[in-house]
Ligand binder design. Structure first.
Ligand code: NAD
Ligand code: GLY
Length: 362
């Protein structure tokens, strides 16, 4: 098991990464010791796979958790599902000090995390991520949210977990398409701040897709090191943390326009990052060969490099609702070179539209 710390003042917490952590009582014991009661939030897909193991581990620690099993899917990351969590917690008389365990992918982590932020004005929670995307990104850093019909992750809170337990063995059951979606966020770290990691990924992507356990653990560890460093420096996204949204302004437009869940988040991020790369090339920052390298990385990860042909008006309409809009002005994460991202005021609409047009399929 490898452990690293998210060094936040007052709220530092540990990320444990390794195989079969969910079945090791010692990984949960110290957290459980501080709380009289426990609740688990998971979904209908993850519950049959990993809830029995977690139940057993909790039993060894002399605990029996309230189990809240939500419907599965991005389309359920909404008010109704959030209320389902509140209803269950209230009906079971859960207290402010009840420990909430979020067992699942990013949808569960974001929803349960937001529920934890709100329930009785804040209850402690642990992230037990079971997708690659959640292990490398969403479980770390305290961004919690649900979607609104008008925009992704628009209703939420910054609320840090008390710890993260990334059990790499859970990735064994992850569908290939979901594994690829997680790789989009792994590649992101290389593009924004670590050119050496891109070199490593170019060699390692076939092994990662074949689920080589050593490579997966290394990728999760290196990604979490980046995430922990960025979050510690800029928890509330006043600066560097915004770089983690590379490709997301375009990607969120795809997800919202097509309907949540039609394209996976990581797929939309991949196509959105290619749009950001092409825009960066139009601004004279990236060479054509570098854009081609970005596309090759995503292709090697099994991800789309062309967005759906929605028309630039629909893209731009959605992008105006982005959370990085300041005083009505859109800001975008762009690439100065591979391994260095910047946030800049968006260039003229026609330049963005041209980059979108050349990045769409069909
Ligand atoms: P997800 O949570 O929908 O999980 C993907 C699918 O895999 C689901 O069907 C899920 O039930 C299933 N699954 C989960 N673990 C499994 C396992 N071990 N074996 C088999 N199936 C499993 O999607 P995701 O990609 O994990 O997360 C995407 C979400 O994360 C989006 O809503 C996105 O906005 C959010 N996100 C949040 C942050 C953040 O910082 N909070 C960062 C990136 C993404
Ligand atoms: N996934 C973006 C962030 O955590 O800031």
């Amino acid at each position: 098991m490898r452990t690293l710390t998210v060094p936040l003042v007052d709220r530092a917490y540990e990320i444990h990464i390794g195989r079969d952590l969910l079945s090791r009582p010692e990984c949960l014991a110290s957290q459980l010791a501080r709380h009289a009661s426990v609740a688990v939030v998971t979904n209908t897909t993850v519950a049959p796979l990993y809830l029995p193991t977690l139940r057993q581990t909790l039993a060894v620690c002399d605990r029996r958790a309230l189990e809240i099993v939500l419907p599965d899917g991005e389309a359920y990351k909404n008010w109704q599902t959030l209320n389902q969590v509140f209803d269950a917690l209230l009906e079971a008389h859960c207290e402010r000090e009840t420990l909430l365990l979020a067992l699942g992918g990013g949808v569960i982590g974001d929803t349960a995390g937001f529920a934890a932020a709100c329930y009785q004005r804040g209850m402690p929670f642990l992230q037990l991520p079971t997708t690659l995307l959640a292990q490398v990104d969403s479980s770390v850093g305290g961004k919690t949210a649900i979607n609104h019909p008008l925009g992704k992750n628009m209703i939420g809170a910054f609320y840090q977990p008390q710890g993260v337990l990334a059990d790499i063995a859970t990735l064994d059951t992850l569908p290939d398409r979901e594994l690829s979606a997680g790789l989009a966020e792994v590649i992101k770290y290389g593009l924004i701040r670590d050119a050496d990691f891109l070199d490593w990924l170019e060699i390692s992507l076939p092994g990662l897709r074949a689920r080589n356990a050593t490579l997966l653990e290394e990728a999760v560890y290196r990604a979490c090191c980046h995430k922990a460093e960025i979050v510690a420096a800029d928890e509330r996204e006043k600066g560097e943390r915004a770089l983690l949204n590379l490709g997301h302004t375009f990607g969120h437009a795809i997800e919202t326009e097509l309907g949540y869940g039609v394209w996976l988040h990581g797929e939309a991020v991949a196509a959105g990052t290619v749009m950001a790369a092409r825009l960066s090339a139009r601004l004279g920052w990236l060479a054509g060969a570098e854009v081609a390298r970005v596309e090759a990385l995503f292709t090697a990860a099994g991800l789309p490099v062309r967005g759906p042909k929605l028309g630039e008006t629909r893209y731009l309409g959605r992008m105006r609702h982005d959370k990085k809009v300041q005083a009505g002005k859109l800001r975008l994460v762009l690439l100065k070179t591979l391994g260095k991202a910047v946030v800049r005021d968006a260039p003229e609409t026609e330049v963005i539209a041209a980059a979108i047009r050349e990045s769409c399929a069909g």
